[in-house]
Design a protein around this ligand. Sequence first.
Ligand code: FAD
Ligand code: MG
Length: 367
Amino acid sequence: MKKNMMSKQLNIKYIVVASVLAAVLLFAARGFFRDLGEKTESDFFKLGTVARVTVWTKDGAESESMISAAAHEAERLERLLSANIAASDIGKVNDPRGKAPIAVSKETYELVERSVAWARETEGAFDPSIGAIVKLWAIGTPAERVPSKERIEKLLPFSDYREIKLHVKDGKYFVNVPHALHLDLGGIAKGYIADRMAALLKSRGASSAVIDLGGNVLVFGPSPKKKGWRIGIQWPFRERGEYFGIYYANDESVVTSGAYERYFTYGGKMYHHIFDAFTGYPAATDLLSATVMAENSADADAVSTALFVMGFEKAKEFLQSHREFEAILCKGDAKSPQLFVTPGAKGNFKAVKGVSEPELLFGGDGD
Ligand code: FAD
Ligand code: MG
């Protein structure tokens, strides 16, 4: 009888302990994996890359239609901003038959203005007047080649952002560039488009989203894990999707520029698609890639291109005087890259196994 009572008490004890444990585990799991609502994902080919948009919605917000609206927004902006489309605003400005002030949309005007501002701020490392040089090399197209020194030198006076003139008259927006100067917003437009897509998704009621435009990622809203959205940072010259580290992002954009994205080799030498506007040749940089985090993607895009062109020392100086940006710089040998981070990014970055943890670029407060 007594034995029976004891075993009953023990059973009750076990049940209570097990229930408490289950409740604790459930509570912990809730904190670890948050319920973000319904997830919808879509891939489409845009801007010469595969774009992936993932949204989370609550209370039955229409996720399919909001993704399709975001894809249309990307298409609308591509038709406005692409240097490869003759009828786009940029195509019209670049048409050698025109060359009087060309009327463009307010949106194009403002992005050109912003590009020129970044050109000034980066002392020409980022330069939206690089279009003629980009076309001459044609990297990433079947016509890619190493042009003659003479042809490059002939175009150099026209890769100069100071020659881009902007004015507004009678409520119309004009861009005026010299003959032979070609605009190319390829170093900033993907970021701008990501920003516009995010604004649209937010306005349609998305609670969280990840917009990935190939090397250009923007996230907003709560993430499944408390630490943030896991963004893999591409290991230069390795298979796409092989990462040297993970950055945990929160309501920000993570943009990477690197030589490995588009290049060709000729005579044993590698030629990539990010140019130095002062030489007309692919930037002779000691960086393998530059990743920039910022609240908006357009600025992160422009700055990542600029840092890559600047190379390690200048990039470090720039970041030290522009603390609104966080960055991960990758240099050295692609087999065993050396990583550097800004203080604010250190806590959110984790190198993969076998890669050394990054060094701080300079002292300062982390997050
Ligand atoms: P980033 O570092 O962000 O930018 C590099 C690009 O910026 C170069 O490709 C060049 O266009 C330009 N650039 C080079 N040097 C500099 C410099 N010093 N300063 C400023 N800019 C520089 N790709 C296709 O294959 N086909 C397409 O039809 C196509 N259409 C596009 C339309 C739009 C509106 C946009 C934004 C991109 C498009 N792309 C297309 C992709 C584009 O060609 C580039 O590959 C892409 O924008 C470069 O992004 P990135 O992240 O690789 O490098
Ligand atoms: Mg860029």
